[in-house]
Design a protein around this ligand. Sequence first.
Ligand SMILES: O=C(O)CCC(=O)C(=O)O
Ligand SMILES: [Fe+2]
Length: 356
Amino acid sequence: MASMAAVEKSTAASVQTIAQSNPPQVPPQYIQPPQTRPFCSSARAPAANIPAIDLSGLDPTHRDRVRVRAQIGRACRDWGAFHVTNHGVPSSLLDRARAVGSSFFGDSSMDEKLAYACDPSSSATEGYGSRMLENDDSVLDWRDYFDHHTLPLSRRDPSRWPSSPPDYREVMAEYSDRMGLLAKQLLGLISESLGLPTLCIEHAVGEFYQNITISYYPPCPQPDLTLGLQAHSDMGAITLLIQDDVGGLQVLKDGEWVTVEPLSDAIVVLLADQTEIMTNGIYRSAEHRAITNASRARLSIATFHDPSKARKISPVSELISDSSPPRYREVVYGDYVSSWYTKGPEGKRNIDALLL
Ligand SMILES: O=C(O)CCC(=O)C(=O)O
Ligand SMILES: [Fe+2]
């Protein structure tokens, strides 16, 4: 859910401030209607976790690309979400990214945080915030966030990111670079898994517009009535996400919410809406949400890889034939984003509107 910061009201109360006052109940704006509450639907104990794919097979000494590609294809078809392990990003970098994020949310004063509040009147939309939509009369998420513009490099200005802890900016810049490389590698495997040339989907996306959102979910007094982040699919091409050991990410699978159990050092891959369009719906974007808990604050870091706003996205021509006609209308990515922010996510409503 990139760049929600665009429409942040810097005066809105942070969820952390509400949580720190130890209310016995959540304020009414945070109470979900019965049908979207986390534990009152048909939710059962999770029978499965998302698949975990070991990328060490890509190492030239293993030469196991065929196996990895097949596993990726299966995970994309069945889930639209999977873990990758042995992905080449040092676990120390993942730990440092989580550490600087926790330090900003946990150790900085509210004044220090508000110094980076998103400015709704400026085109620089990154920063600290809490609300998602400008005229948000829908239920609010139990979440604060910090949104960073990271790629292309012309968008990256670390002086707009926290200066404390002192290594924050350096860590996030390195993290951005490593996630961008991994996203390209994964789009290559996803292309190959469909019998497409390796660079097919990457070229269809064009230059990556990458945003990184650190989400902070304070402990919530009524987790059964509240969502950390409402159900949605991400707008762009591919999202790479890491979480801490608290857990709270859920993916919708065959109508059931499945909890993505934290897997140490792994990275969660979520297919996003433009990949669903480009693959003509052979691969679907993952619908996901975050739940809260009463005892421990949770942190996640989502790295979104999107086309530029001007980019036109449509099913790739190699996948279109008389027997498989296009299933989605062409869309200018910027128009897709605008409509998403106007209507709100509500599951996969936005991409469903493009179905032919
Ligand atoms: O916190 C999470 O695990 C989910 C975050 C997410 O889905 C998003 O930022 O778009
Ligand atoms: Fe998301």
